[in-house]
Write a protein that binds this ligand. Sequence first.
Ligand code: MN3
Length: 204
Amino acid sequence: MPIVLKPLPYSTDSLEPHMSARALELHHGKHHKSYVDKTNAAISGSELANADIETIVRTAKKNIDKKLFNNAAQVWNHEFFWTCLTPRRQDVPPVVARKFDADFGGLEGFKSSFKKEAVEHFASGWAWLVLQNGKLKITSFHDADTPLVYEGVTPLLSCDVWEHAYYVDYFNDRAAFVQAFLDNLVNWDHVASVMTQAASQRAA
Ligand code: MN3
């Protein structure tokens, strides 16, 4: 079975005005789809032909198959990113707020550190909030690289900072895009759920 372009968990116009339907249609329907198609072309007839996306990404990394890794990791990164967004503006749940207090001195501390990382990341890539050794950490990865392939790192939240993620709505103003993301689009329930799951696995 080839991998599929998973449908978005919301309609393409539901993130407006922070992310337009046009931007989302291009980003999901063209950019993300192209990574799916290229991944399928690369795994066709190979031992990975029936593998799930996580296995494909990890195997490509291990085999230093850069072309497959870049496309497959972008599929995984985009699937994760779409789940990080929500049409309904959410407050930060207490379980996440307490972690922000402990590790960033509060929500505003988190937001300014994340924004700085995302805006200052040079060229294409992704800004991430991850959990590592029980602590929250903000980091960024170049191009398609992904926390999925690093031992002991649990991805909690990502922001796509490739130009294709914001150029339609914000032109060159990456900072405005990241601010809109942080203030209006983050699916905090998703962050809380992944964080709680990771904490219980660590305790087990
Ligand atoms: Mn993208």
